[in-house]
Design a protein around this ligand. Structure first.
Ligand code: CMP
Length: 143
């Protein structure tokens, strides 16, 4: 079966709590290949564009503020069924509703400071990986 990709962001709260290592260990243990990865700091314009789909939501300004408050880790992950399997691994957006053992249940602080992002579809995974990574920064098992 052809592998697929997803894009994850380890968010500023999880970075300042020193959770990069524990989160990446869970990502690898769940069978994902890390095909590209870097520390990155969003400019305001980049964060506004990345989250443009939420522009009309009441939490948009606060979300942009939070996502520009410090560095993030961005990574392109590969696995069969990557988008769906990664969303299962991270759990519900609201950590109080996330299942035991999921990354958000373990490492999130609130619905906004929810530790990690995961793409919600294959189409968005392509768009989001293109946002962060040039071809020469990708070490894919599939492409
Ligand atoms: P994520 O799904 O990665 O991308 C959109 C982000 O918006 C989401 O993570 C949360 O960080 C944030 N978010 C979503 N819903 C809410 C909400 N109701 N209140 C505050 N932040 C939210």
């Amino acid at each position: 079966m052809k592998g697929t990709k997803t894009l994850t962001i380890i968010k500023p709260g999880a970075i300042s709590n020193e959770y990069i290592g524990p989160i990446l260990a869970r990502v690898n243990s769940a069978g994902f290949h890390i095909a590209a990865m870097k520390l990155f700091k969003f400019t305001r314009t980049q964060a506004e564009n990345f989250y443009a789909i939420h522009r009309e939501r009441p939490f948009y300004a606060s979300l942009v503020e939070f996502m520009t408050s410090g560095p993030v880790v961005v990574a392109m992950l590969e696995k069969e069924n990557a988008v769906e399997d990664y969303r299962k691994l991270i759990g519900a957006t609201d950590p109080s509703k996330a299942e035991e053992g999921t990354i958000r249940k373990l490492y999130a602080e609130s619905i906004e400071r929810n530790a990690v992002h995961g793409s919600d579809s294959n189409e968005n995974a392509e768009i989001e990986c293109d946002f962060f990574f040039a071809k020469c920064e990708r070490f894919s098992n599939f492409e």
